[in-house]
Design a protein around this ligand. Sequence first.
Ligand SMILES: *Cc1c(COP(=O)(O)O)cnc(C)c1O
Length: 373
Amino acid sequence: MNFRMDSMQVFDLAVPGVRELEPYQPGKPIEELEREYGVTHAIKLASNENPLGPSAQAVSAARAALSDIHRYPDGNGFALKTALARKLGVTPESITLGNGSSDILEFLARAFVQPENEVVFSEHAFALYPIVTRAVGAKPVVTNARDWGHDLAAMQTAVNARTRLVFIANPNNPTGTWIKARELESFMQAMPGHVLVAIDEAYFEYVPAPEYPNTIGWGMRFPNLVTTRTFSKAYGLAGLRVGYGVSSPAIADILNRVRPPFNVNSVALAAATAALDADAHLADVVQTNQKGMGQLTGAFTKLGLKFIPSVGNFVCVDCGRPAAPVYERLLREGIIVRPLANYGMPNHLRVTVGLPEENERFIKALEKVIREA
Ligand SMILES: *Cc1c(COP(=O)(O)O)cnc(C)c1O
């Protein structure tokens, strides 16, 4: 008997939707760059990580939790759900905890979307939406962007009897564009009852605009709404993997049925619970981001480079020519940013706002690279 299978045969065995996927391309890790390019003191502005890191409270709670890691975590996440419920003004029954908010996006597809269904999302939106859609064998329906952001009218038109789920990132990653409360509310009103709408608010805490909606208050009016948020970005806990969804208890009940029992680990649960109390740190994070955003966009303007105005902790700059060689040159300068060709944006680079000195190093390097060309 031949137990060996070549990679072609393996490919044929995969679920058809999965065969059409490109693997998700994460930002290059610092260690990999230093190993491959022989540079030192590299900086990474590629994955929208928080340059200030987590609060001291979160770190000390994580440390304390280490003494119990021989135990399974609380599978129901009681302490974190209670703290979130209090903070958000919802019941614990409306919350689903995830191994990152990515988990919630995947549960939505797994629990509600069948192969004959369609899932609507925008061009230039988060790369996970096509992945979770294809993985359940459903059809992604991608609407054209408008001014790099979601075209809600086009998305509304794309919804039909087969649609089961709509993904909206507000603000959107990678473009940093955002949708006003009034527009999002009309969109929700227009959605038929058989369509779930996931509003992905991974960057919620960063957004300074007064007209930016807090959709967690909307649950009573829109029972088909699911809001997702994360501890990976403003709370600085990306490595621990913890996020959550807020929805009607009915939707949360379904999501919890597909959720693996111990999907959020005990260290993450402890750190996230403590992070919710560290208001001063969060304020510092948001302020550092706003200053850094000004530093980057000011420099782009000086260099004559266009950029997409962003309310997140990242910004897309238009190199005015293919960005791949610029990305490569920046790597040689020890700076990792994110190329966006796989998001349909070959001339843009996405830069995460870093510490002031990191932003400065990036600006200097970009200036040098642009001048050379
Ligand atoms: C980073 C990000 C997420 C989630 O990340 P997790 O670490 O899985 O919580 C979700 N949506 C968008 C748009 C993001 O940029």
